[in-house]
Design a protein around this ligand. Structure first.
Ligand code: PMP
Length: 441
């Protein structure tokens, strides 16, 4: 039955489809961390909707909230009018924010993808500052629309798209394992922040006055790369001193994924603009921009869209946030993340092709290398994307779904639902170990 649906998909769906090419399955059922395909094969889903499914598939708390919307005959479509469901969602999400940020926070509902919310954030800071240039980072991923692609690092998909947004300056992200300055080591992030400060101070840098800086506190698609905490603090200091609005994209890292509600909290900083999507809709499409009200200088209708704040998604999102708070799920995610990294680091001791194990909370990456090739200038061995893909296939055959990403396609990425238990983690990592051993053999 899988084959039949896949055949239909392959003949009818666009050439741009992506996941099913590498993970050819037709999904029948889903519950918790598990998916079942049409032939009854069960998979552990550590892709989890690209990091969306904080509570896993079909969590009872989420289903109950959605059933209630239907039972009470709440309106399913409300444009950007308010409703009790919406105000409850805003209460819930505001309660998650650090006080320093919450006290001046405003929210804009966007529609309803991460990419659209990033678009809104860019328009917001451009309007507020009157400037047009955006500072972004090497390896960043912010979406696939024209503007979000423009501020994303991956140059390959850009080659085919003429007329992307101009005036984007890319800065070096502190990717410790492959230090962009070829230095490496614990302190190498200092070169990045010093370089950025120098650029902003230099009247001859050639930079246009920035409308804002956008970053992921843990790069996701770029290869599960956590920015060092001191670097994040430095960047916050520099942007504050220079009056540059700092947009933190927590579309993937937000809502508990990194073992704190938001990844920026690890550094004790707050952004000027926070972008959220994925997990906040409790499996359904929803995205918001939350920002300091001093930036609220755009006109009515400055960011519109038909689908802004879907009721079902807001109800599911509220249920997700409530469940997370009631069960201390964020702390659980932090604990599980440590365990996952420990297990993977143990494996690294035995497998020379594992160059790096890194991450924050349950946003973890394993970078595969060709250890027989000589080291690069930065001390790391060349990335091995073929091996990463082979491991993904070996995992898939054994019933574990993992994403592969990173600058060189060499990072196997773990994004399990935050509800994952210790025994489930051990089950998944045992499959991963078999898959790695099979792929390197
Ligand atoms: N920002 C980040 C950090 C992301 O990981 C993603 C999605 N992977 C996006 C933005 C774009 O979100 P969407 O795919 O919903 O447009």
């Amino acid at each position: 039955k899988n084959d039949q649906l896949l055949e239909q998909q392959n003949t009818r769906e666009s050439n741009a489809r992506s996941y099913p090419r590498r993970l050819p399955m037709a999904i029948d059922q889903a519950e918790g961390i598990y998916l079942t395909d049409m032939d009854g094969k069960r998979y552990i889903d550590f892709l989890a909707g690209a990091g969306t499914l904080a509570l896993g598939h079909n969590h009872p708390a989420v289903l109950e909230a959605m059933e209630k919307v239907l039972k009470d005959k709440r309106p399913l479509h409300t444009l950007d009018f308010t409703t009790p469901i919406k105000e409850q969602f805003v209460d819930e999400i505001f309660e998650c924010l650090p006080e320093e940020f919450r006290k001046n926070a405003k929210i804009q509902f966007c529609g309803p993808t991460g990419g659209d919310a990033i678009e809104a954030a860019l328009k917001l800071v451009k309007t507020a500052t009157g400037n047009r240039s955006i500072l972004s980072f090497q390896g960043a991923y912010h979406g696939a629309t024209h503007a979000t692609m423009s501020i994303s690092g991956n140059t390959k998909p850009k080659e085919k798209i003429q007329g992307l947004m101009p005036d984007v300056q890319f800065l070096p992200y502190p990717y410790q394992y492959r230090c962009p300055f070829g230095v490496g080591g614990e302190e190498s992030h200092k070169i990045s922040s010093q370089y950025i400060e120098n650029l902003l101070n230099d009247p001859e840098s050639g930079l246009l006055a920035p409308a804002g800086m956008i970053l992921e506190a843990v790069q996701g698609e770029g290869g599960s790369i956590p920015a060092p905490i001191p670097w994040l603090k430095e960047i916050r200091r520099i942007t504050k001193e220079k009056g540059i609005p700092l947009i933190i994209d927590e579309v993937q890292s937000g809502i508990g994924r990194t073992g704190k509600m938001f990844a920026f909290e690890h550094a004790g900083i707050v952004p000027d603009v926070l972008v959220l999507s994925k997990a906040i809709g409790g499996s359904l499409p929803l995205s918001v921009v939350i920002y300091n009200k001093e930036l609220d200088l755009w006109s009515p209708g400055a960011h519109i869209g038909t689908f802004r704040g879907n009721q079902m998604a807001m109800a599911a999102g509220t249920a997700t946030l409530k469940f997370m708070k009631e069960t201390n799920l964020v702390e659980h995610a932090a604990k599980m993340g440590e365990l996952l990294k420990d297990i993977l680091k143990d494996l690294q001791k035995d497998i020379k092709q594992i160059g790096d194990v890194r991450g924050r909370g349950l946003m973890v990456g394993v970078e595969m290398i060709n250890h027989e090739e000589p080291q690069n200038a930065n001390g790391s061995h060349p990335a091995d994307s073929q091996l990463a893909s082979a491991i993904q296939q070996e995992c898939f055959q054994r019933g574990l779904i993992l994403e592969v990403g990173g600058r060189h396609g060499s990072v196997v990425r773990f994004l399990p639902p935050l509800i994952v238990t210790e025994s489930q983690l051990r089950e998944a990592t045992a499959i991963f170990e078999q898959a790695v051993r099979a792929a390197v053999a």
